[in-house]
Ligand binder design. Structure first.
Ligand code: MN
Length: 747
């Protein structure tokens, strides 16, 4: 890989780390081994090294070297979310493309397309945060989810945010508050949606701690004070149950964790109760080890009810009917011997992991052969969850977002990261009008995610759109069929009307002149009757066709004369059913007014310098040729001659990818052209031709190939010309050479 920073040009596989970093890497690899199903140690080592090298010399607000941040994010991905090795590599590299000289292409060539895709997603998502429109939770979530094709991107983003929250104390107070607020409003609800409860709880607690340190400390202290009493209570409470479990040969763990601080705070404020009265500060969880099954959970339930009285209305069976996000557990609340209500959750280890880690656990339990397929299934599963919010969750948590993936809207960005919401099916033209009507009117071309595309392309959520404008109005009436926003449509309609009016005025003037010269006087009313007989719906339309050259004004003169003398119009004068000329279809005018030697750097009206283009090999266009451009799948423009047979084919199959291109006046460059000559063979013909070309015409000849057969001569010349005029001159002069019968340009 080629990176400008001299420190990171080395081959990553051979980079030797200092002992301290080697230890960090080894620890990470061990953690991967312990928590992941499989782990490509080379991939992770390389990612670690690049993270270390590319962030070298940069420190965080805490004063620590920067690379420790991606390292910690990767560790969260491994230990607390538990995804796959590709995600770990992406986590290690998540800030490289945005903050260092490492490019996405570097990542792709070194780490493969999946890691690159994840990092691209991370970089895009960080654009979401900078955009002003995304500050509302709902927009934010819709946006994130609609653009993150691979939801691992969102999971890594959670890990990133979690580490930033854990180290937030090093930031200035003002920044702390805004980040904490954003975390509480945007990240925590989304983590809840994803079912990652452990991360959701910690994000809430850390935000709460930042925003209300006093409230946080109060509850934390109370919990600490109650800790001993709570633990004593739990062990006493569970004594009879555990005894029975052991006697029946059960293998299990018990968790008696209190609810997280923020959820206690919320309960206190919502229910207006003091700390002491929040009875279910903790729930006891009985987790059955492998290979216990869901049937065993029911047996545990029966043991509990043997010892304590359950409250029937508090019973929940999420095992037979799992929550939409896959959560499975038995919930029951019983009354202890001292009269205290205790909530108990019974589940297997696997169920517990899903409860704690939500999606990420599903990720780990993926089944089936193809990974691609897994990803798709995973994504559609997520969409399912989001499309069918479960009612029971609303009682338990914060405002439950009615999160639907709005399929009738897309979210795109301006180059500055400003968010625009557009109807589905919107094109760059719609986007341009959304920015400003002037931008829409002058749009020449669009770049989507850095690549030039046709203005008629349908945009997707997450696209970054840049509009390239010219100095003049460049509306194309045909766009009316492509736009979906009201603004764009209204302006195009108005433009079409204006244009029609202008053209029909021209048509009327043409007619007036004609009629004057012929000494004809006819009222508009009478003329309208003629128009009707010529099968025009109105006089206006007749004038429009005359103005645009579709209908010959002389024909109208004949028709009027015949109408005035005989009272009827000859049918043959009627309009033939001409369609408007096809050439009008593509009005995007690229001006190739600067062509550099290597075919790089197309300047579009002096404004765009980085459109990549090249000349089609099939027809070798030269300046002066009628040419069209085709936008290739890679986003660059291939220039063909209009007469090229491939052009005709492409117009049929890929009409949308056509752009009109035109030549600059003086390019000062030389182009290759081929000439075919046929004639009678004679001694000295080849030398005559070559001296004519190189001496008389001062033209550079690249090659000459001749074959001769029974006195006939056929040859192909390759010469360098500066344009069509030059080529025509050469052809003309060659035609005059003695013995040459035919000379023509050869493709
Ligand atoms: Mn980061």
């Amino acid at each position: 890989m080629t990176i400008q920073n001299p420190d990171i040009t080395q081959d990553l596989a051979t980079v030797q780390l200092d002992p301290a970093q080697q230890v960090e890497l080894n620890n990470l690899l061990n953690e991967c081994q312990a928590h992941l199903e499989s782990c490509d140690a080379d991939l992770i080592s390389k990612a670690f090294k690049l993270a270390f090298l590319s962030h070298k010399g940069i420190v965080r607000a805490s004063g620590e070297p920067y690379y420790l941040h991606p390292l910690e994010v990767a560790r969260i991905v491994v230990k607390e979310i538990g995804m796959d090795d590709v995600s770990v590599a992406a986590a290690l590299l998540h800030d490289t493309v945005e903050d260092t000289e490492v490019s996405l292409d570097d990542i792709r060539s070194e780490f493969g397309p999946t890691v690159a895709h994840l990092i691209d997603g991370m970089t895009k998502i960080s654009g979401v945060f900078k955009s002003k429109g995304a500050k509302q939770a709902e927009t934010f979530m819709k946006l994130l989810l609609s653009m993150a094709e691979d939801l691992r991107v969102v999971l890594i983003k959670f890990a990133d945010r979690l580490h930033n929250m854990r180290t937030i104390q090093h930031l200035p107070r003002k920044k702390q508050l805004s980040i904490a607020n954003e975390t509480m409003e945007l990240f925590a609800p989304l983590a809840h949606r994803f079912g990652i409860y452990n991360i959701k709880s910690e994000l809430e607690d850390l935000s709460f701690k930042t925003m209300d340190p006093t409230g946080y400390k109060f509850i934390a202290r109370k919990l600490r004070e109650k800790k001993d009493a709570r633990e004593k209570f739990i062990s006493k409470f569970l004594e009879p149950v555990e005894e029975q479990l052991r006697a029946s040969g059960f293998k299990f763990n018990v968790k008696g964790r209190p609810k997280h601080i923020y959820s206690i705070y919320r309960k206190m404020t919502r229910q207006q109760k003091p700390f002491e009265e929040i009875y279910d500060l903790f729930a006891i969880r009985i987790i059955l080890q492998e290979p216990h099954t869901k049937e065993d959970c029911w047996r545990v339930y029966s043991f509990i009810t043997d010892s304590y009285t359950p409250i029937p209305e508090r019973f929940r069976d999420f095992i037979s009917v799992p929550k939409a996000n896959g959560y499975q557990s038995l919930h029951t609340t019983v009354v202890s011997s001292t009269g205290q209500k205790v909530e108990i959750q019974i589940r297997t280890e696997k169920m517990d992991e899903i409860a704690e880690r939500g999606f990420a656990a599903h990720w780990r339990y993926k089944e089936g052969p193809g990974k691609e397929q897994d990803i798709n299934r995973f994504v559609s599963w997520v969409r399912d969850v989001l499309d069918n919010p479960r009612p029971e969750a609303a009682t338990e948590f914060v405002e439950d977002f009615q999160l639907n993936l709005y399929t009738d809207e897309i979210y795109v960005f301006s180059p500055k990261g400003e968010l625009k919401t557009l109807p589905k099916g919107a094109t760059p033209i719609d986007f341009a009008f959304e920015i400003h009507s002037e931008v829409g009117e002058r749009a020449l071309a669009a770049k989507v995610n850095g690549k030039i595309v046709p203005l008629r392309l349908r945009l997707k959520s997450g696209d970054q759109v840049e509009i390239i404008t010219g100095k003049q109005i460049n509306l194309n009436p045909d766009w009316i069929n492509d736009v979906v926003t009201h603004k764009a449509r209204a302006r195009l309609r108005q433009y079409i009307k204006q244009k029609e009016r202008k053209v029909s005025n021209e048509g009327r003037q043409l007619w007036n002149k004609k009629a004057d010269r012929a000494g004809i006087e006819i009222s508009d009313q009478e003329l309208a009757k003629v128009a009707t007989r010529l099968r025009y719906s109105s006089l206006q339309m007749l004038f429009f066709d005359i103005g645009s050259g579709v209908y010959d004004v002389n024909k109208l003169l004949k028709a009027v004369k015949s109408y005035m003398s005989k009272g009827r119009v000859d049918e043959s004068e009627a309009r033939s059913d001409l369609d408007s000329p096809a050439a009008d279809h593509y009005k995007i005018a690229y001006d190739i007014n600067n062509i550099h030697g290597g075919g790089e750097g197309l300047i579009l009206n002096g404004e765009l310098t980085d459109v990549r283009f090249s000349f089609a090999r099939c027809c070798n266009p030269i300046p002066g040729d009628d040419v069209v451009g085709f936008i290739s799948r890679e986003g660059d423009i291939k220039i063909h001659r209009v007469s090229c047979k491939n052009t005709r084919h492409l117009i049929k199959t890929d009409g949308e990818r056509i752009v009109d291109v035109s030549w600059a006046r003086n390019t000062g460059n030389q182009f290759m052209a081929a000439i075919r000559i046929v004639g009678e063979d004679r001694v000295g013909l080849v030398s005559d031709i070559s001296s004519l070309i190189s001496k008389n015409l001062k033209t550079n000849m690249k090659s000459i190939n001749v074959t001769s057969d029974s006195g006939m001569f056929e040859g192909t010349l390759i010469i360098m010309v500066d344009g069509i005029g030059h080529l025509e001159k050469v052809i003309m002069r060659l035609q005059k050479v003695n013995g040459i019968k035919e000379v023509y340009r050869y493709e």
